[in-house]
Design a protein around this ligand. Structure first.
Ligand SMILES: Cc1cc2nc3c(=O)[nH]c(=O)nc-3n(C[C@H](O)[C@H](O)[C@H](O)COP(=O)(O)OP(=O)(O)OC[C@H]3O[C@@H](n4cnc5c(N)ncnc54)[C@H](O)[C@@H]3O)c2cc1C
Ligand code: FES
Length: 268
């Protein structure tokens, strides 16, 4: 159930060049939060009315702590990165469908989580929950360079594999190159494997193609542009195979029907 709250910042720390982690105390949101969902962060400046969608990176249900990890790209993320302990931030969440819609269950016990760049944060809570549920979790994380933000946070929950654009750590290339180089899907393992991915669109298209070729179900989380964040403006639509019940065209709203989709639902 979505809540609109004013949360207090517990801490903001810099993780890498331009990448920050802000933890807020938000028990009302944490209570209902699921991996794959996001929150809308409102700025303090009333001239910037639209909220900024940021994925839920981690939660602690015992303390109500909610962690957001983001790249500073403009006004809203810059403002958030400057909020230290004790500052207030307006939030709406949790929003969207999470990975609770993944139906394959125990017959797909090998879970390969793939995060590219700022698509890495939402994979952390998923790794935590799926590891707790008893799945064999592998995290394939793609970075620009050796500034491997969040890598150590995955270690308790997943076996990690790294790909970097500049080849400074792990496989030189993309997350798909790392999956091949590490032989993560040996012949016959396709039937036991499931992909979950978040990252830039070219990466997600690559994952969708590989999933189709190998016959592996894949769930992807889209982080495209948004406006209202609550299903009203159609500013976040993605082309879908089926007709949408809302507007009766081949569209899905990322903020409402997503951000997590089974790849075959979409025309990527
Ligand atoms: C479901 C979802 C989850 C996301 N999770 C994360 C995350 O965990 N970490 C992270 O770093 N980024 C994430 N993003 C991207 C993040 O929302 C944008 O980088 C952010 O809104 C930019 O705001 P700004 O004010 O700093 O930039 P500006 O460019 O000043 O933003 C201006 C306007 O454009 C919108 N906008 C700009 N870029 C994006 C974008 N890529 N996606 C959506 N709206 C955008 C803003 O919401 C705002 O309304 C996510 C996006 C979506 C849709
Ligand atoms: S952002 Fe307005 S409908 Fe999704």
């Amino acid at each position: 159930m979505k809540q609109y709250i004013i949360a207090t910042v517990a801490e903001t720390v810099r993780l890498a060049e331009g990448i920050y982690s802000t933890t807020v105390i938000a028990p009302e949101i944490v209570k209902f939060a699921m991996p794959g969902q996001f929150v809308c962060v409102y700025t303090d400046d009333c001239a910037h009315l639209l909220p900024r969608p940021i994925s839920i990176c981690d939660i602690d249900r015992s303390t109500g702590a909610l962690r957001l990890v983001y790249r500073v790209v403009g006004f809203g993320t810059d403002e958030l990165s400057k909020k230290g302990a004790g500052a207030s931030v307006r939030l709406l969440g949790p929003i969207g469908t999470g990975y609770e819609s993944v139906a394959e269950g125990k017959e797909r016990p090998v879970r390969i989580l793939i995060g590219g760049g700022i698509g890495i944060p939402p994979m952390l809570l998923l790794a935590k929950e799926w590891s707790k549920a008893g799945y064999e979790v592998h995290a394939v994380l793609g970075y620009r360079n050796a500034e491997l933000f969040l890598r150590d946070d995955f270690a308790p929950y997943a076996t990690c594999y790294i790909a970097t654009d500049d080849g400074s750590v792990g496989t030189h290339g993309t997350v798909l190159d790392a999956i091949r180089a590490e032989k993560l899907i040996p012949s016959g393992a396709e039937e036991r494997t499931l992909f979950a991915a978040c990252g830039p669109m070219p990466m997600l298209r690559g994952i969708a193609g590989a999933a189709k070729e190998l016959g592996i179900p894949a769930y992807i989380s889209l982080e495209e542009r948004m406006a209202c964040g609550v299903g009203a403006c159609l500013g976040c639509i993605v082309k879908s195979r089926e007709t949408d019940s809302h507007s009766h065209v081949n569209n899905k709203r990322i903020c409402t029907e997503g951000p997590v989709f089974e790849v075959n639902q979409l025309c990527l």
